[in-house]
Design a protein around this ligand. Structure first.
Ligand code: CDP
Length: 222
């Protein structure tokens, strides 16, 4: 039987978190953001003064790290709990993004996160969002989407999401950061960012949130 996962993959700021969240609400099922896993590892490394490129130190750190998805006390979607704490919004700090991408390229990190992601989808149908859900984590997912948008649209969305003013210089700066991360993510040897051959590919540059949601729902509920 195909696994009970709706996989949504795509590059940074492609609108996949919003689409995944909206889809989960509409279907009444949990939403799981897998980028938080890599962000949590980068966050803990930062707290310990460990470089996200120091593989030996990261390996020792992971040997002493427990991570799982758990529903926070105030309810809502399963969120990352690392060593008994929920870092929550701290994981969204812009400086964590490239560190997350660095640790995500390391095979022993991906081996560590694989089972956590599979466990998170054990009990119910879930919407799971990331880079390799349809290719590596759940290659047998029942529904797979690959969401993307033009670099300018993505940079503008990220700026607005972080509360910034969308002036051209700021957009250009974020576009450079996003392009660097796209490069790390799509050129790594282990589980690179790429559409699964059987994924529905959607460039949503010209679509708003509702249109993106409708497009996906049409393919799931048909
Ligand atoms: O929100 P945004 O798209 O900026 O990033 P994210 O989804 O929070 O992911 C942060 C980083 O984690 C990405 O740049 C990837 O390097 C990594 N990641 C991954 O390798 N595999 C996943 N399934 C999810 C995220």
């Amino acid at each position: 039987m195909a696994s009970t996962v709706i996989a949504i993959d795509g590059p940074a700021a492609s609108g996949k978190s919003t689409a995944a969240r909206n889809l989960a609400v509409r279907l009444g099922i949990p939403y799981i953001n897998t980028g938080s896993l890599y962000r949590a590892i980068a966050w803990k490394a930062g707290q310990r003064g460990i470089s996200t490129r120091d593989e030996a130190a990261l390996q020792a750190m992971l040997a002493d790290t427990s991570i799982r998805y758990a529903v926070p006390a105030d309810g809502g979607n399963p969120d990352i709990e690392i060593d008994g704490v929920f870092p929550g919004q701290a994981l969204r700090a812009p400086e964590i993004a490239q560190g997350a991408s660095n640790v995500a390229a390391i095979p022993f990190v991906r081996a560590f996160t694989l089972q956590i992601q599979r466990d998170a989808a054990k009990n119910s149908l879930v919407v799971m969002e990331g880079r390799d859900i349809g290719t590596a984590v759940f290659p047998d997912a029942k529904y797979k989407f690959f969401l993307t948008a033009s670099p300018e649209v993505r940079a503008k969305r990220r700026l607005l999401q972080d509360g910034g003013v969308p002036d051209p210089a700021e957009i250009a700066k974020i576009a450079v950061e996003i392009a660097a991360r796209d490069k790390t993510d799509s050129t790594r040897a282990d589980s690179p960012l790429k559409p699964a051959p059987d994924a529905v590919y959607l460039d949503n540059s010209l679509l708003d949130r509702q249109q993106t949601l409708n497009y996906m729902l049409e393919r799931i509920l048909k």
